[in-house]
Design a binder for this molecule. Structure first.
Ligand code: UD2
Length: 324
């Protein structure tokens, strides 16, 4: 799914490599001939996401907070891609202390292990959540962050540590602020799963979706293969150390429009059910990717039609598999 990029490293660690984004990154690294070690505690990741790779990868089941396991996983790696995290905003609201132990202390442990193991570069998964509800559009990296959940504070803290490790210890750290990522393998099972994964499953099973509020809120939906490419570019771009970059498409779509397009593609026409707006729902989120373009050479390869078709094909196959 990912167009091949030339890599400047031969061994990498992917934390959270059994997850939605991490497993696609692992696929691209393996295809490019990189030796890949994965550290994942399988709290939200699934072995099924990696099973097609057989013994072409090294998989370690363990926690990023465990310094010994992390050091073993990072041995000999030139680059670390840090995708492991508690990814549910709701969970961080319910348990700010426990989730900070993973998202903050775990990230710090990853950076510290990188320093002690001689890793050259660490690419961190951050989030557009750090911008909060600032109405200024598009969101650009020079804006003052306004985190509105423990999750956003935790991601921002990770970025601060990353920058510090660059300045203090000369490790090349790059933080990527993902916008709304979608694609194959995204788990639709919770009400707080990505809206595209939920709408896809609803459309294919003939059920109407729930749209929160008037549906005119906008999101910048970026296909997972583009997020993978941004990671590979961030791992190789000269002079990117200490940088923070948005990863999105620089365009936005309303939730109403999103449902119309997905329903069309699935060939169903059930009217959506409207419900009260979600507490804290942001009205508009749209990235500027000018910095990622200039420093990393990043431009998305997938427009919405292409990304949504690839995603729909996967959910269709999954629905057929589950039915048989
Ligand atoms: C995204 C991130 C989240 C955090 C947040 C920061 C994802 C999956 N989540 O949350 O981790 O970074 O941004 O702002 O990328 N919606 C419906 N019906 C549904 C589900 C969702 O109408 O069944 C709406 C929802 O109210 C929202 C939009 O769709 O307006 C997108 O929802 P989401 O949960 O996919 O992502 P978001 O932007 O709330």
């Amino acid at each position: 799914m990912t167009s091949s990029l030339e890599l400047y490293f031969s061994r990498a660690l992917v934390t959270g490599g059994a997850g939605f984004i991490g497993s696609h990154l692992v696929d691209a690294l393996v295809s490019a001939g990189c030796e890949v070690c994965i550290l994942d505690n399988l709290s939200s990741g699934r072995l099924e996401n990696l099973s097609h790779l057989g013994d072409r990868i090294t998989f370690i089941e363990g926690d990023i907070r465990d310094a010994g396991t992390l050091a073993e996983a990072a041995r000999g790696c030139e680059v670390v891609f840090h995708e492991a995290a508690v990814v549910s905003v709701t969970k961080t609201v319910a348990a700010p202390v426990e989730t900070a132990a993973v998202n903050d202390m775990g990230t710090l442990q990853v950076l510290e292990t990188a320093r002690r193991s001689g890793v050259r570069r660490v690419v961190l998964a951050s989030s557009s959540a750090v911008y909060g509800d600032d109405p200024e559009m598009p969101k650009h990296e020079k804006m003052r962050p306004k985190p509105m959940s423990p999750y956003a504070v935790q991601k921002l803290t990770g970025e601060y540590y990353a920058r510090l490790y660059h300045e203090l210890y000369d490790i090349e750290t790059v933080s990527l602020r993902y916008f709304n990522v979608y694609g194959p393998r995204q788990d639709p099972s919770s009400p707080y799963s990505g809206v595209i994964s939920i709408f896809m499953t609803r459309a294919l099973s003939g059920e109407p979706p729930v749209i929160y509020g008037d549906g005119e809120q906008r999101r910048d939906f970026v296909f997972v293969a583009d997020v993978v490419r941004a990671n590979l570019m961030a791992a190789g771009a000269p002079g990117a150390g200490g940088g923070i970059f948005n990863v999105g498409t620089a365009s936005a779509m309303t939730v109403n429009d999103l449902w119309r397009r997905i329903a069309n593609l699935a060939g169903m026409d059930a009217a959506p059910v409207h419900a009260a707006p979600r507490a804290g729902d942001i009205r508009e989120s749209r990235s500027s990717i000018a910095n990622a373009a200039a420093a990393l050479g990043f431009h998305p390869d997938y427009d919405f039609e292409k990304g949504i078709a690839a995603t729909m094909a996967w959910y269709r196959e999954r629905a057929e598999r589950n039915a048989s």
